[in-house]
Design a protein around this ligand. Structure first.
Ligand SMILES: [Zn+2]
Length: 696
């Protein structure tokens, strides 16, 4: 979550996980201001959000959530407002209280969750010490960089130094992932260098304003570190030129989601041959990793282009780029003026009126870096076992519903159906928190060394991941920082393990309310559960089998039938205009849109089973039938407002549709929706039966 505040390079990764939302990019809202963005409306399902002056057949979004939309205001230090950010507000406030308690305690034994969380917070909040240190924490690395030559060994060492101390390098990166074709072992994957902006942001005309601000930011930072104004301005131009070149050379986000394009396994020497100018063995050994015999190269062209970069561009410019990365990746951990410059650029980039408060930034940083220690404190304090039981039971009902629909499915042939049922039966779904926590005890967190804490925690996480190369795959649950930890507002399906983690943090309003209306709970959190389950069968997930291996188990006939249906969704979602002239990318969001359609379909159907067992819940509430409440709840859960900067950013990078589109678009395919509200030909919400897509 903290990556949404600080400008940190995001290493491009293989996609092996489909999450409910791009949690790492979303911005849980302010911990201390009004948490709903409205004067009085609750976060969860409420008939008070309905605007009854609007005809649901003409504008269902306004009908279901109109009162909320009228009142909701995006808080000054937030980029958007919706279910995730409202829940994020409450979560952050709870986490901050736990962190402050831990920091006040002061006597916890070294290596315990309370000691680590408390001391991390105390060091991070010590502005005076950070200011007094100035650039000191970077000195040794900047000196090593200044002395380096442009030899292959030196460039390898520098790339390693960046990965080790600063999370990623702009030249090359390495991660460990389960092998897509043999998901029982981990493989070392070489990734392209990272950039500080997103790929599209270097190229598309709608991001020109951002590029100008980025250039000014680079210049300001170089002046702050002591360069002359002329030199700083020239540096900014050169850095932007090199980063733009690199961004243009790497695979598009769409291609990166295609295993056929990324599964390039070869010997280490073959990979090295693409880039003789940088010694990959030295790169890995600098980070503490032994070079394996075989590696996967995610993006072969990017590695070839790196060779071009290192030979075409003067060595001084490469060193300049690395110098920029060292300063920019950790500016937010330094004292003033560096931290302030970073925060100001981040604020502008996100279109915020005011920067988020320091406590909130640190809370989210602790949630990312000390993810399990803080999760343990959260689960103890806020996650009831009864919720775990109730959701586990709901998961069972939704799985059953999916199985019976697969058995009755009219477009699947028998072979594909059998394989699908086998895969479904093997999906392991866990709720709340893991059976085993990651052992953080060896991590040294000190009360007076913020910069060191950040680097040690980064290294701890990285080495833990990399130590698995060549080992068998651990079923590591709820342990992807910012995505699947118990304190991430999210849920995720992992293709390579065929598992789903539903986090403790998402089991709150608006997704779930203890003792709430079953119609609302089924069509909010139940929709989420259904969404994740169908990910195993969407255009990406269905390339993996029941064991999580990349293997095509679909007949050509089933494949064609599936594609015919998802093509309709691609077309539908491409017609939503997000900002004037800015259209949604139906192709990029198709897997998530398919999952949303599957999610609400399964949730609604599972609700019918629930109602059959509990007929008392069928009664109308304030004139709304159970089906009507189900669809209103779905729409209210996804109702959303975003700043233009946020919307442009999401349209560029997010594989999910914008939440306000998710709020209604999938409903239009459900016969039950049209029946519940009596839509007719000519109504704006009408979608003719032959244009409705039934996938599951
Ligand atoms: Zn998803």
């Amino acid at each position: 979550m903290s990556s949404s505040h600080a400008l940190r390079p995001r290493p491009l990764g293989l996609v092996v996980m489909a999450a409910l939302a791009t949690a790492g990019l979303s911005a849980p809202a302010h911990a201390t201001t009004n948490t709903t963005g409205t004067p009085e409306l609750p976060v969860g399902f409420s008939t008070a959000k309905i605007d009854r002056s609007v005809d649901p057949r003409q504008d269902f979004y306004r009908f279901a959530a109109g009162k909320w939309l009228d009142q909701a205001e995006i808080p000054a230090s937030d980029a958007d407002l919706g279910g995730f950010s409202m829940l994020g507000h409450r979560l952050d406030a709870r986490l901050l209280a736990l962190i402050q308690q831990a920091a006040a305690g002061g006597e916890a034994a070294k290596g315990t969750a309370r000691q680590q969380v408390g001391d991390y917070f105390r060091a991070a909040m010590d502005d005076a010490r950070r200011d007094a240190l100035g650039l000191e924490p970077l000195k040794a690395d900047l000196a090593a960089l200044a002395e380096a030559k442009a030899t292959p060994a030196d460039l390898g060492r520098l790339a390693g130094l960046l990965v080790d101390g600063y999370s990623s390098s702009p030249l090359v990166n390495a991660i460990a992932m389960p092998d897509a074709k043999d998901s029982s072992t981990y493989r070392l994957v070489l990734l392209p260098g990272s950039q500080l902006l997103e790929q599209d942001e270097y190229a598309l005309p709608e991001h020109q304003g951002l590029r100008d601000r980025y250039r000014a930011y680079i210049g300001a930072m170089f002046r702050a570190v002591g360069d002359t104004p002329e030199a700083a301005a020239a540096h900014a131009d050169r850095i932007l030129a090199i980063e733009s070149r690199n961004a243009a050379a790497i695979m598009s986000l769409m291609d990166m989601r295609d295993p056929a394009k990324t599964y390039n396994v070869m010997t280490f020497d073959e990979a090295q041959a693409f880039v003789p100018a940088l010694d990959l063995r030295v790169f890995l050994s600098t980070v503490g990793i032994e070079a394996p015999e075989r590696v996967q190269v995610l993006d072969v062209n990017a590695l070839k282009d790196l060779q071009g970069l290192l030979t075409d561009v003067p060595a001084d410019d490469i060193k300049l780029l690395l110098r920029w990365f060292i300063v920019a990746s950790r500016a937010s951990e330094l004292g003033q003026p560096y931290r302030g410059l970073e925060s100001e650029f981040s604020r502008e980039r996100r279109g915020l009126a005011t920067a988020p408060e320091a406590e909130r930034i640190v809370t989210q940083q602790i949630a990312m870096q000390l993810y399990h220690p803080l999760s343990q404190l959260y689960v103890e304090a806020h996650f009831p076992e009864s919720t775990r039981r109730e959701i586990t039971e709901m998961v069972g009902h939704i799985k059953e519903e999916f199985a019976s629909r697969l058995r009755a499915n009219a477009w699947l042939d028998d072979d594909t159906r059998t394989a699908a049922l086998e895969k479904l039966a093997k999906i392991d779904i866990q709720v709340g928190y893991p059976a085993t926590w990651v052992d953080f005890t060896p991590l040294d967190i000190r009360p007076d060394d913020h910069f060191g804490n950040v680097q040690r925690a980064t290294r701890f996480a990285y080495l833990r991941e990399m130590s698995r190369v060549g080992q068998s795959v651990l079923s590591d649950r709820f342990a992807v920082a910012g995505k699947t930890t118990p304190i991430a507002v999210n849920s995720a399906y992992n293709f390579t393990t065929n598992t789903i983690d539903i986090t403790a943090a998402i089991l709150e309003a608006p997704f779930f309310t203890v003792g709430g209306d079953p119609a609302a709970n089924y069509c909010s959190i139940g929709g989420v559960i259904g969404h994740e389950i169908t990910h195993g069968f969407d255009s990406l997930g269905r390339q993996y089998d029941a064991k999580g291996n990349l293997r095509n188990w679909w007949t050509a006939q089933a494949d064609a039938q599936f594609k015919q249906r998802t093509d309709v969704l691609v077309d539908q979602y491409s017609h939503y205009e997000i900002l004037p002239g800015l259209m949604h990318n139906g192709a990029m969001t198709v897997t998530e849109n398919t999952a949303d359609l599957g999610g609400i379909t399964l949730a609604h159907a599972a609700l019918q089973r629930h109602l059959a067992r509990h007929p008392e819940a069928k009664a109308a509430v304030e004139g709304l039938s159970a089906d009507q409440r189900c669809f209103v709840a779905w729409t209210q859960t996804w109702a959303y407002k975003g700043r233009p900067e946020r919307l442009r950013y999401l349209v560029s990078v997010d594989v999910h549709a914008i939440a306000s589109v998710r709020a209604v678009a999938p409903l239009l395919h459900l016969d039950a929706f049209h029946a519940a509200f009596g839509t007719r030909p000519g109504d704006a919400m009408w979608r003719a039966p032959e244009k409705r897509v039934v996938i599951w």
